[in-house]
Design a protein around this ligand. Structure first.
Ligand code: ADE
Length: 223
């Protein structure tokens, strides 16, 4: 899989993309993630990427030309299955969408910034608009990192223990059951007895009950 991320603040992505699973998945060739600085596609002495909005509102809007050039350049090199735009007014992101994206070949993620991007880009080039929640971030970069992380961990072989992505929260629309590790008793606090029993049928039953109870109590909307 290849993920191209277009941004005016590439430094915001450096750390999340270069640590932990995302770093390893790139090193092992499960994914190629390329960050593009939109400013490099801007022309003129100041390489201007934003401008005042028509209509006189406050804030700045990303200009269409540099984004268009960058996307056209990429599309000249390979086919892209989706051009995603991260924005608070997009469709709410969830595990189902992460699963869907993980099955694609190449995707572009365009990060919004300031007041947003010129709407013509959304109309003519963007194929999917994604919000990671009902709150406003300074830009779409953190949302792009969230999308990349949640997608890459689903790629077969990208995380060491493949089974663990399948037991993630939300994979079956349930919250995950609690997990414990050694020591079995710490500070007078005990690990539930059943987990020490070695009876895997009982353990599976307990985990399912816990998942159901936690979902019912904390996220009844998931049912
Ligand atoms: N950009 C700013 N806020 C955002 C959000 N909630 N989701 C995606 N992109 C954003």
């Amino acid at each position: 899989m290849r993920i191209d991320i277009l941004t005016v603040v590439p430094e915001l992505l450096a750390s999340p993309l270069n640590a932990s699973i995302l770093r390893r998945a790139q090193q092992t060739g499960h994914v190629q993630i390329v960050v593009h600085d939109i400013r490099e596609y801007a022309v003129g002495k100041h390489r201007q990427v934003d401008d005042y909005p028509f209509g006189g509102e406050a804030g700045m809007v990303l200009k269409p030309e540099p984004i268009f050039r960058c996307i056209e350049n990429l599309r000249g090199e390979r086919h892209y299955d989706e051009v995603i735009y991260t924005s608070p007014d997009g469709v709410r992101y969830d595990q189902r969408e992460a699963n869907r994206l993980s099955l694609l070949g190449n995707i572009i993620i365009l990060c919004g910034h300031y007041k947003g991007i010129d709407h013509r880009i959304r109309e003519h080039l963007v194929t999917r608009e994604i919000s990671i929640g009902d709150y406003v971030l300074t830009g779409g970069e953190l949302a792009a990192a969230v999308i990349a992380d949640s997608v890459v961990r689903l790629l077969p072989g990208a995380i060491g223990d493949e089974a663990s992505a399948l037991t993630d929260c939300f994979q079956d629309n349930l919250l995950a059951p609690p997990v414990y590790t050694r020591p079995a008793e710490f500070n007078g606090w005990h690990v539930p007895e059943v987990l020490l029993s070695g009876n895997f049928a009982e353990i599976a039953k307990w985990q399912e009950e816990q998942a159901l109870e936690r979902t019912q109590r904390l996220r009844p909307d998931l049912f």
